[in-house]
Design a protein around this ligand. Structure first.
Ligand code: PAF
Length: 286
């Protein structure tokens, strides 16, 4: 099986895309930071089901890492990623260098920011993270000009922020979310799971278990959100993790849930050794 072609430059990318557009192709885009796992493959498959051509990007975006975060350590596995994409519906990989994406450097240049939504939950402990995400995603959208962009539910807040950006800036594309792919024990697949030691790996599924327990409570009619959140934090802590937040929110706005809300999401983040794990469960009460 042959690997998909790789473009590293903007001109080459635009030439290929122009050919496809001339043929009337509908183009789907899957932005990634590489180190692809089955969760990413679900995104690629969804893209392939909904479009004629699929472009994936692989770029470890420095703008979305804060000081002291894992930018240097983040796994860069381009050769393995291309092997994984071989024989799939991915037609092209855009794998730019930092110099291609940020030719004038990282500082003092245009940023795209979604206020409010970017400051809560993960944004509270990672200031600037989501502005880094929206800046790179906006730039990638301009470069690829897809009809459709596909993101995972695992980064649910990221998905909500990108939807808001697309609405506010009238990007002419549709955003599709794909359910989280999990390991057999429930742990959400993530490139950062590789930071876990074997002992931590055994603890990690407790995050999803706590989310499921809260979701079951909501489905059974529990509406004391504060009590559910406190219990979730305690469940994660007693499993041996250092929880950051455990919150019941509205799916659309990520505002705190109120008793009448029907479409909820329970979100959690927790430190475990070197890893910071995030996960969420959607709860639709209708
Ligand atoms: O979800 C990710 O992998 C990244 O945040 C994204 C969307 C590719 C932007 O760098």
């Amino acid at each position: 099986m042959s690997r998909p072609p790789v473009e590293g430059g903007v001109a080459g990318l635009r030439t290929r895309l122009a050919d496809w557009r001339r043929d009337g192709a509908r183009i789907a885009f899957v932005p990634t930071m590489g180190n692809l796992h089955e969760g990413h493959m679900d995104l690629v498959r969804t893209a392939g089901e909904r479009a004629d051509r699929v472009v994936a990007s692989i770029f470890v975006n420095p703008l979305q890492f804060g000081p002291g975060e894992d930018f240097a350590a983040y796994p860069r596995t381009l050769a393995d990623d291309l092997d994984r994409l071989a024989g799939t519906c991915c037609d092209l990989v855009f794998a730019p260098t930092e110099a291609v994406m940020y030719p004038h450097g990282r500082e003092g240049r245009t940023r795209v920011e979604v206020p409010g939504l970017s400051a809560i939950l993960c944004g509270a402990s990672r200031p600037g993270h989501f502005a880094g995400v929206t800046t790179v995603v906006a730039k990638l959208f301009h470069l690829v000009q897809p009809d459709l962009a596909v993101f995972g539910h695992k980064d649910y807040q990221q998905l909500a922020i990108i939807r808001r950006m697309v609405t506010d800036l009238d990007f002419p594309l549709q955003v599709t979310g794909v359910p989280t792919r999990r390991e057999a024990d429930g742990l959400a697949m993530s490139s950062r799971n590789r930071y876990l030691t074997p002992a931590e790996r055994r603890i990690a599924p407790a995050l999803y278990a706590a989310l499921q327990q809260a979701a079951a409570g909501l489905r059974q009619g529990e509406r004391d959100f504060v009590a559910l959140q406190q219990a979730g934090m305690e469940n994660i802590r007693s499993a041996g993790m250092a929880p950051e937040y455990f919150e019941v929110r509205r799916q659309d706005t990520l505002a705190p849930a109120t008793a009448g809300d029907r479409n909820l999401v329970v979100l959690a983040a927790s430190k475990l050794g070197r890893a910071r794990l995030i996960d969420n469960v959607l709860v639709d009460l209708d």
